[in-house]
Design a protein around this ligand. Structure first.
Ligand code: NAD
Length: 383
């Protein structure tokens, strides 16, 4: 099979497959075409791809001749590209308009953000691999922006207390942020609505703040669900108490397919100490604070609020490596020994990730939410 690797749009630093992973596919008998300059922002140069056995091609050549096209974002694909297989991180649940494009173009599209969060899917789980990097980078970014030390310092000039950090949401990103902040010597408090998160937080040496009466999320595939108004009020009160003492806040709270819950009000931010830093990883889905702006830094009352949901892209080498390995593991499942696609829709991984095939929507989640043909639905949905 001829597999093309696209250069991502200007705002992206990552690439979907580095040269090492390309070499593995070539060894399995595939031909790899790489769009010129695709890996340069991830420090994988055209010569590195050539050395791995791949060929450097133009974008038009890839759309024209590749059987399968790998990427991260779905952007700038001409309407004339038909009957192709695309695999990426397309987030159709937040970008329903592209589902209609895929149907019209009769493209078979797999989106890895739709993988089930199961043990079997773990090696392909791009959400986890990229969130892990984002959580680490959120902690490191906070440490570089916060105008004081993170660890306790005992110096001849006197001692300095450790930074107090509040983390909202203890999923993959939140837990990695907890672990990294702890390694840097911070004192950490954590909120999450999933009871299962408590043990993981405690095992990292952080304090878990419990709010009674969270909605049952046992049928949501591990994800959190929307909370009742009463719970939200009680949770906000506890967050208000914690945030007054916090110097740094890292927020990661998300509800799959919906707007992120607003957990931090403007009043809470106004009660924080001057110089405090908030890193909001949920910015792309609306943000966890009232003042978050996606891809912007807002300074309010001497508190910096950094809205960035794509922090993984600030470590493009490792992020691309992890993404590419996830992709390779997915391809091992999708491509059979004869080198062609085995569209086994009985397999929950294939079934969940396959968004369109043969002019039909396959994904149960997309079908159940009637996401295609209704562009505004998720953007206006209340959390
Ligand atoms: P996510 O990005 O969807 O959400 C981040 C965290 O925010 C979650 O822990 C969620 O419970 C929390 N949250 C949501 N609303 C909140 C609120 N109002 N207040 C406080 N916290 C709130 O999460 P994720 O990192 O993508 O992980 C989703 C789930 O999948 C988790 O349960 C995780 O353990 C599970 N998971 C399983 C596997 C696996 O088994 N293969 C792999 C990765 C993740």
């Amino acid at each position: 099979m001829v597999i093309g690797i696209l250069k991502e749009p200007f705002f992206e630093t990552r690439v979907s497959l580095l040269a090492v992973e390309a070499a593995a596919l070539i060894k399995s008998g595939h031909t790899i075409w790489v769009e010129q300059g695709a890996g340069s922002k991830s420090f994988c140069l055209d010569d590195d791809y050539k050395a791995s056995g791949a060929e450097i091609k133009s974008r038009a050549d890839i759309f024209d001749g590749a059987d399968m096209v790998l990427g991260i974002h779905y952007k700038d694909v001409p309407g004339s590209v038909k009957n192709k297989v695309f695999i990426g991180f397309y987030q159709p649940i937040y970008h329903p308009e592209v589902v209609d494009e895929w149907l019209q173009q009769n493209n078979t599209v797999f989106s890895l953000d739709m993988l089930p969060r199961t043990t079997r899917a773990q090696s392909m789980d791009v959400l986890s691999s990229q969130s892990n990097i984002a959580g680490y980078k959120a902690a490191v970014l906070a440490a570089s922006l916060y105008p004081r030390y993170f660890p306790m310092m005992m110096t001849a000039a006197g001692s300095i207390p450790p930074v107090k950090i509040l983390i909202l949401g203890a999923g993959v990103a939140g837990l990695q942020a907890v672990a990294t902040c702890r390694r840097l010597g911070a004192v950490v408090e954590v909120f999450d609505t999933r009871a299962a998160a408590k043990e993981e937080v405690l095992s990292l040496g952080a304090k878990f703040v419990e709010v009674e009466g969270a909605a049952d999320a046992s049928k949501a595939g591990g994800y959190a669900v929307t909370q009742t108004e009463d719970f939200q009020q009680r949770q906000k009160q506890k967050i208000a108490d914690s945030i007054k003492k916090a110097d740094v806040v890292i927020t990661t709270a998300q509800i799959f397919g919906k707007k992120a819950p607003v957990l931090i009000t403007t009043e809470m931010i106004e009660n924080m100490k001057a110089g405090s830093v908030i890193i909001d990883l949920a910015a792309a889905t609306g943000g966890n604070s009232e003042l978050t702006k996606d891809n912007e830094t807002v300074v309010h009352h001497h508190v910096s609020i950094i809205g960035n949901s794509n922090l993984a892209a600030s470590m493009p080498s490792d992020a691309s490596r992890a993404y590419g390995r996830n992709m390779l593991n997915f391809l091992k499942l999708l491509i059979n020994k004869e080198g062609s696609i085995d569209l086994n829709l009985e397999d929950d991984i294939i079934n969940s990730t396959c968004i369109t095939n043969d002019g039909k929507v396959i994904s149960k989640i997309i079908n159940a939410n009637q996401i295609h043909g209704n562009v505004t639905q998720l953007h206006t949905q209340q959390s």
